[in-house]
Ligand binder design. Structure first.
Ligand SMILES: *Cc1c(COP(=O)(O)O)cnc(C)c1O
Length: 666
């Protein structure tokens, strides 16, 4: 069975041959040829803009002293830079199995480098006549991969755009959901003057004198419907009255008043909380600080023994919040946690929203799929339909568990999603993406209110409006080259299981293979050290804990693992050539584990439970975390073999050797 998978892996190797520059620069010729070709093409474009003009840089200056001195200086500094860059982390190499990075897909890399020559600025179409459309197209490609409708003829229609990374896309999730949740209260005093039937518009969820709680607990689609009805009613009014009412709505919004004055105006409404799993990325804490909600309002939901958000705990917390009439702005599910690669039960979060919505507690759902988002390609047919679980299971040994499958199938019910092309999209850093299920939410964000369609030439459809990107997103000026890179990559590798999904497929094969090999390594080490994979991988990330046989102390074990990790890391003063393999590290904290999971972990590692405790300090012979080696298996060449051993076999051998060398009596 393993052999079969390895053969399959080798076939995939062949398929991937032209996709990357390669560990050895194998594809240097095609890369060089294309870069040169498109560079020359760019120069001709410059020359042909107004060829009759005299070139502003005179030819004779090229031989002047000052010119030559400048070239010297430039070369010297570039030389220094590239010399220093040799100490970079060698992401491109199959020996690199550390952080979430790998070799870059050639179409994206070339599109990025070539488009940079044109320097488009995607803040608005005027500064990027070509690449803004590519950005919106890339957004639709990603939205479709997540299962959202992207046909404007159907409602709701999703949209997506690119950000500098997952962190900003997460901020944007909160920014969008805040706009939607807080908006209805700003309408409250104006609605009677517009003679709108609020009960009908909210499908019975609201009446004019409903408490603040009810106004806050509306779903995104209802809020959007309200806004549209208000816009229409305003349109019908004489200009002066329309402007006065618009002004009143806008000045009652949280975006205008700020948290403090808004809540002072509605004292019966408690400030909202945001729920994330205990394993959430730290950008969520930053987002809460930045938005002024405060990190104290970020509630961590406990996780299961699989390091996934615990739906029972979520249900209980929602119950408590409902009891306290404490509003929930959003529940965040993570699709591929940064530390363990685990998948939160998005389907359960959606089901719990249904349940609590009926009790009057409603919230936005944001899926943080910065890491795992691109894996959705593996779940899609070329036409966009979701593949059957059985068909997927046939391809793998363990993947995908039915929990993982259900989570991917449920993304389409989320309101907003983060996904990072610069992670599993194999694109250069500087590109994340934000997706909203209902693109009309942008009407709540626009820097000038879009109540009046005939104002400032805004009498156009959403498609056209969205090309003024900067009005609806957090960032301003931004590289159109990233849009070009993302779009071209998705064109060359459509986001389905036959194309882009092949990359995900091989990384999962690698993970399953490594998982099995690590069990064998653990067997070989028996009696000398205990090697444990504490959480079975949901995706393509594996963590490993190692404890010398006989050691019972967690701090001693952590030091031991740190010693191993020292051999697997890059530092600014250590040439990567001096390393055999590259890994990363993480901790699993005492407080992140349930008592049962804690007990299992210390038992498997042969540790004394007393040395693993909350707030434990090394001086007291205890620790509040267990050190883990962390491996991200993105590189598609891990099955590539020299002398009969592939990189994963070789890593296991190397790890075994490192462990044996580190043992106290070695
Ligand atoms: C990486 C990551 C982020 C942050 O994304 P950046 O692109 O590093 O800003 C957020 N959430 C998760 C789950 C991640 O893995």
């Amino acid at each position: 069975m393993n052999d079969k998978r390895q053969v399959e892996g080798t076939e995939l190797d062949a398929l991937f041959s032209p996709f990357f520059l390669g560990a050895y620069g194998e594809n240097d010729e095609i890369f060089e040829k294309l870069i040169l070709e498109f560079f020359r093409d760019h120069v001709y474009w410059r020359r042909n803009l107004h060829p009759q003009d005299t070139p502003p840089i005179p030819i004779q200056v090229l031989h002047s002293e000052g010119y030559l001195a400048f070239v010297d200086k430039m070369k010297t500094e570039l030389h220094r830079l590239t010399a220093d860059l040799k100490n970079s982390a060698p992401f491109f190499n199959p020996r690199y199995i550390g952080h979430m990075a790998s070799d870059l897909l050639l179409p994206g890399l070339i599109a990025h480098l070539v488009s940079t020559l044109y320097n488009p600025n995607n803040v608005t179409e005027e500064a990027a006549p070509v690449t803004v459309r590519l950005e919106l197209a890339a957004g639709r490609q990603l939205a479709a991969m997540m299962g959202f409708n992207t046909d404007p003829g159907q409602h709701p229609c999703a949209w997506g755009h690119l950000t500098s990374g997952g962190t900003v896309a997460n901020y944007e999730g909160l920014w969008n959901l805040r706009a939607a949740k807080y908006y209805p209260l700003a309408l409250r005093s104006v609605l009677p003057e517009l003679s709108l039937d609020i009960e009908k518009l909210s499908r019975g969820r609201l009446s004019q004198d409903a408490p603040e709680w009810a106004w806050f607990n509306l779903d995104v689609d209802t809020v959007i419907r309200l806004r549209e009805a208000v816009a229409e009613a305003l349109q019908a009014l004489p200009t002066e009255q329309r402007q006065a009412l618009t002004q009143r709505i806008e000045s009652g919004r949280v975006e205008h008043l700020g948290q403090v004055d808004f809540h002072a105006a509605w004292p019966a409404l408690k400030p909202p909380v945001v729920l994330v799993p205990l394993t959430a990325h730290y950008s969520w804490k930053k987002a809460m600080k930045l938005m002024g909600f405060g990190s104290a309002q970020l509630v961590s939901v406990p996780v299961t023994d699989h390091m996934r958000m615990d739906p029972a705990a979520l249900d209980r917390i929602l119950g408590e919040l409902h009891e306290q009439q404490r509003p929930v702005l959003a529940v965040v599910g993570v699709l591929g946690t940064t530390e363990y690669g685990t998948i939160d039960p998005i389907d359960d979060i959606v089901a719990l929203r249904q349940k609590w919505r009926r009790q009057g507690l409603d919230f936005g759902i944001h899926v943080d799929a910065a890491w795992g988002g691109y894996m959705a390609a593996l779940f899609r047919q070329p036409g966009g339909a979701m593949r059957h679980h059985d068909e997927l299971k046939d391809q793998f040994r363990y993947f995908p568990s039915s929990d993982v499958y259900q989570a991917f199938a449920a993304i389409r019910h989320a309101d907003t999603v983060t996904v990072d092309p610069h992670k599993l999209g194999y694109l250069p850093f500087g590109v994340g993406a934000f997706i909203a299920r209902n693109r009309e939410i942008t009407a709540l964000l626009g820097e000038s209110a879009a109540y009046v369609f005939d104002e400032a030439g805004d009498n156009s459809d959403t498609d056209t409006l969205l090309r003024n990107l900067g009005r609806y997103i957090l960032e301003g000026s931004k590289p159109g080259s990233m849009a070009a890179a993302t779009y071209v990559t998705h064109r060359v590798f459509p986001l389905d299981h036959r194309h882009f999904g092949k990359l995900t497929e091989v990384t999962i094969h690698s993970t399953e293979y490594l998982f099995d090999r690590l069990q064998e390594t653990a067997d070989r080490l028996r009696g000398k050290a205990r090697l444990v994979v504490p959480f079975e991988p949901d995706t393509n990330l594996i963590c490993i804990a190692v404890n010398p046989e006989g050691n019972r102390s967690v701090p001693v074990m952590n030091r031991f693992c740190q010693g191993i990790y020292e051999q697997l890391r890059v530092t600014p003063d250590r040439a990567p050539q001096t390393r055999e393999f590259f890994g990363s590290r993480t901790n699993v904290f005492h407080d992140a584990l349930s008592p049962a999971a804690r007990q299992t972990l210390v038992e498997r590692l042969g540790l004394d439970p007393d040395s693993f405790r909350s707030g434990g300090k090394a001086e007291e012979g205890a620790s509040d975390y267990v050190f883990l080696l962390r491996h991200t298996l993105m590189n598609p060449w891990l099955f590539s073999a020299s002398e009969g051993l592939n990189y994963l076999d070789r890593y296991c051998r190397y790890l075994e050797k490192l462990i044996l060398e580190q043992l106290p009596d070695a």
